[in-house]
Design a protein around this ligand. Structure first.
Ligand code: ADP
Ligand code: ASP
Ligand code: MG
Length: 479
């Protein structure tokens, strides 16, 4: 399909009847110009509400479960009332009722079992995206744009890692083409659910929190789209999270590698795995503001047309630093590293930063807080004998830390940059605990005390004049 555009609308971009109307109008406008498929998130806050409901079920709390379902019902009923003409409301309301009925059936199962099996959670929480796709498709139809809500469980084939599934691309390509191309040929706009998929034998899965971005890139790759536009609630990818740094500026262009590093190190504006399916295909991706669609946004490209340098700073607060240190000469640090990393790999733990130094052969690594208990469990079991015989000091865990990452193509060409970054952090009286810089020099990762994290982000942003135009940046470097 030539010139196909895939557009994705995030939670705030479909968070109310008014926002759904804006999203639908942006879609109708593009559809007049070129073939279009859209991917939608659940209304903002809905996935959290669905998860809360399943937690009430697991805790054996039927009242809490019923209260959450009532909130979900009210939110979507209100959107339905405010969005749709009266004639279209009846069937949309029946659709909402059916989907919430499906959710309630799964949750009641959890209530009975006092358990929340991951595969049932995935089936249950995908209902959020199915509800918003239903409402948006109904509105488009009512406005005269033929549209169909499509459940991505019919399109995206994944592995069985519930809660964080990965796509099987060749099967996804054949399924999504078989389902979506006929709709495109008939002039029907597909409104596909973000966030979810299913295994080859049909078990529902989800792609991880914030995963609708990833859904859209998977579909863009599978359908060989010409472009992907990701509509969100800020003007594009910025030099820092604007909630932390008020003078953060929009970056007109970032490379796939920069965007991937930023997302991986905490920039919520993109799901970390979004760009992987598109990088090799070099499909251009735009990050745009659905609240200000006239603004240009950020273009994600293979190479920059402007000079690089330290371009953005990002942070992750919910992390923990784990340190290991041999206690005798019987074992070398390298042997312990090998055993530890092997255990972490088998348990699927993601290591965000790894740093090793010193004659004592100790090393430390950073993991997400939510993976900490799994991490210590697998390390204690893999190294049980070494710990018991005193070859290894007790595993040390520091949860009072945060990760800051400075990202930019061409940092290699900026001598003295790392020094300036460290000085800026120290000047703000923030303790640096560990440092890692990969050989690509695309990212400098710095672990600092948790209570200094936000101040460190602001200090680095100011020191590197990230919110300023490039001419001011070079002045700041010289000064
Ligand atoms: P959506 O619901 O559209 O997917 P998200 O809330 O997931 O939106 O992501 C958008 C948010 O990401 C912004 O509101 C912003 O606060 C946050 N954010 C964090 N880092 C950055 C950054 N570097 N650039 C832009 N936004 C960022
Ligand atoms: N609704 C899902 C979430 O909140 C996916 C997304 O919004 O991207 O995590
Ligand atoms: Mg998001």
């Amino acid at each position: 399909m030539k010139n196909l555009l895939v557009m994705k609308f995030g939670g705030t971009s479909v968070g109310s009847a008014e926002r759904m109307r804006a999203a639908a109008r942006l879609s109708a406008e593009q559809r007049k110009k070129r073939p279009l498929v859209i991917v939608v998130s659940a209304m903002s806050g809905v996935t959290d509400l669905l998860l809360d409901a399943t937690k009430h079920a697991e805790a054996g709390d039927p009242k809490g479960l019923a209260a959450s379902i009532r909130k979900l019902d009210e939110r979507h009923e209100q959107a339905c009332r405010e969005l749709l003409p009266r004639a279209a409301q009846k069937s949309a309301r029946a659709g909402i009722h059916d989907l919430l009925g499906e959710f309630e059936r799964i949750s009641r199962g959890m209530l009975m079992l006092h358990d929340r099996p991951p595969r049932s959670v995935d089936e249950a929480i995908a209902v959020g995206e199915r509800l918003s796709a239903l409402l948006i498709a109904a509105f488009l139809n009512a406005e005269g744009t033929p549209a169909a809500a499509v459940n991505a469980a019919e399109l995206i084939v994944t592995d069985a890692v519930f809660g964080n599934a990965s796509p099987v691309m060749d099967q996804t390509a054949s399924k999504s083409r078989a389902r979506l191309f006929p709709l495109l040929e008939d002039g029907v706009l597909s409104v596909v659910t973000g966030f979810n998929g299913a295994t080859a034998n049909g078990r529902p899965t989800t792609l991880g929190r914030g995963g609708s971005d990833f859904s859209a890139s998977i579909l863009a790759a599978a359908l060989e789209a010409a472009e992907l536009w990701i509509w969100t609630d800020v003007d594009g990818i910025m030099t820092a999270d604007p909630r932390l740094v008020p003078d953060a500026a929009v970056l007109p262009e970032v490379t796939y590698r920069e965007a991937a590093e930023l997302a991986y190190n905490g920039a919520k504006v993109l799901h970390p795995r979004t760009l992987a399916p598109l990088m090799d295909l070099a499909v251009p991706v735009w990050s745009k503001n659905s609240f200000a669609p006239e603004k240009p946004g950020t273009k994600i490209v293979s190479t920059l047309s402007t000079p690089g340098g330290a371009r953005a700073v990002t942070s992750l607060a919910k992390v923990a630093l784990v340190s290991l240190e041999p206690a005798s000469a019987e074992l070398t640090g390298v042997q312990i590293m090998a055993r530890a990393l092997d255990a972490l790999a088998r348990a699927n733990v993601e290591v965000l930063v790894f740093s090793s130094s010193s004659y004592r052969q100790n090393f430390c690594f950073l993991v997400r807080s939510e993976e900490l208990s799994k991490t210590t469990e697998v390390l204690e079991s893999a190294l049980a004998l070494e710990l018991a015989h005193g070859y290894l000091r007790p595993i040390d865990v520091d949860q009072d830390v945060g990760l800051l990452a400075v990202v930019g193509e061409g940092m290699r060409g900026s001598p003295g940059l790392a020094g300036r970054v460290f000085t800026a952090i120290s000047r703000a009286s923030i303790n640096i605990i560990a440092i890692a810089q990969g050989s690509s020099e695309l990212t400098i990762a710095i672990v600092v005390r948790r209570d200094g994290l936000e101040a460190a982000v602001r200090a680095v942003h100011a020191e590197c004049a990230m919110g300023k135009p490039p001419s001011a940046r070079s002045r700041a470097r010289r000064g």
